[in-house]
Design a protein around this ligand. Structure first.
Ligand code: ADP
Length: 390
């Protein structure tokens, strides 16, 4: 059984709380990505599952067995790391079978398992090659082969694709997903790359500063982020944020208001942060299809960034954007926290310096408690009015 549970797991290094009261409940054969910025505690979490690090507090279970204090070799796991440590003086066959030999498996069973792994990983015909004769992707496949032949209950992978070039990384992502479906083995995969997490996982566990922020399917994290951190971290480009003041049934900003009459704002809450993704911002003349548009906001086009399938438009609304303090590795789109980012069709005519009116899709607006960051609503149109039975 490859289910996995962490109960109130904390890891401290002197003053540093690397992992803070982590609770995870992972089902058999799930593909889970642990994602978050560098230093948030992903590797430490994985190491505690793998038995490379002992928790300061809490319990780890694999299947029905508590493994908190068991050595790695007794946990039924196989691990694949970023640094592919193949033995340079051994060929592919010996590299893949090394662990089985250590455990004194009979020769014919070793042959069988290596052949099976080689077939799954398309390494047939390469078994007598030395690591120096392999490409980066092939070497990574050998490292994965070494994990597969162990027939583990759980795979642990720590940034296994980080050292590959961008194109190969995307290719290996697809391969890993296919492999995981084929083997049907519970997989815990660490990455700092939210896009990798979005594309591969059944569920994403978003971690910040040692604390689990949300664990949910990728699209739930995207559409219904539990808090400002998840909202800012998941999705590229990052969400736009504005800090507003609650004024009766409106959320007020310096030059526009958002109707929040359909949202239950907790009593006494005055500071609410608005979040809107670039795809939910429209030029007024493109907003006909929207069931509920916000009031028009006047903005000046600051920068245009054509990226092929659309144009990113950076807008100056005169309202200061909120910096929610989420650092993403999202350098390629040059996101500027002072601009409102809108995506438009590639043939939409605009020039830098133009003044335009834009609206938001009110059914896609996110509201957060500015003080705690917790989400309040992910749609400002829908009040669930439940008819009382007569
Ligand atoms: P991530 O994998 O998300 O980058 P880590 O789990 O490696 O993060 O680290 C989490 C925090 O714990 C960081 O602040 C890191 O410096 C600290 N840390 C990790 N390992 C050790 C260690 N062996 N000794 C002291 N501090 C550590």
């Amino acid at each position: 059984m490859g289910s996995l549970r962490m109960e109130h797991v904390t890891k401290r290094y002197d003053d540093v709380v690397a992992v803070d009261d982590m609770n995870l409940d992972i089902e058999d054969s799930e593909f889970i990505c642990l994602v978050g910025p560098s230093g948030c505690g992903k590797s430490t979490t994985l190491e505690m599952i793998g038995g490379l690090t002992t928790p300061s507090e809490g319990h780890v279970y694999i299947g029905d067995r508590e493994v908190t204090d068991l050595p790695p070799k007794d946990r039924g796991l196989a691990m694949v790391f970023q640094n592919i440590a193949l033995f340079p003086h051994m060929d592919v066959y010996d590299n893949i079978s090394y662990g089985l030999r250590l455990r004194n498996f009979p020769d014919d069973e070793i042959d069988e398992r290596v052949d099976e792994a080689a077939e799954i990983l398309q390494l047939q015909g390469m078994l007598d090659r030395m690591p120096s004769e392999l490409s980066g992707g092939q070497r990574q496949r050998v490292a994965i082969g070494r994990a597969i032949v162990r027939d583990p209950d759980v795979f642990l992978m720590d940034e296994p694709l980080a050292n590959l070039d961008a194109k190969l990384r995307v290719h290996m992502r697809t391969e890993l997903q296919r492999l995981q479906r084929q083997l049907d083995v519970t997989t815990i995969y660490v990455t700092h790359d939210q896009e990798e997490a979005m594309t591969m996982s059944d569920r994403i566990a978003v971690i910040n500063q040692g604390e689990l922020q949300q664990i949910a399917p990728p699209l739930t994290c995207y559409n219904e982020p539990a808090n400002l951190f998840v909202a800012g971290f998941i999705g590229s480009p990052s969400m736009n944020f504005f800090e507003g003041r609650v004024d009766g049934t409106t959320l007020a900003f310096d030059s526009f208001d958002i109707d929040i009459s359909n949202v239950d704002i907790p009593d006494g809450m005055t500071n609410v942060t608005l979040g809107v993704r670039q795809e939910d911002v429209y030029p007024v003349d493109q907003a006909d299809s929207l069931a509920a548009a916000s009031e028009a906001i006047t903005a000046t086009v600051d920068v245009l960034e054509p990226i092929g399938e659309q144009i990113f438009v950076y807008l100056d609304t005169g309202v200061e954007m909120a910096d929610v303090g989420v650092e993403t590795e999202d350098d390629d789109v040059g996101a500027d926290v002072d601009s409102l980012l809108m995506g438009v069709e590639p043939d939409y005519q605009l020039a830098e310096g133009d003044e335009i009116e834009v609206v938001f899709d009110r059914s896609k607006l996110h509201l957060f408690d500015t003080a705690t960051g917790e989400a309040i609503a992910h749609d400002t149109t829908a009040k669930q009015v439940v008819d009382e039975p007569q």
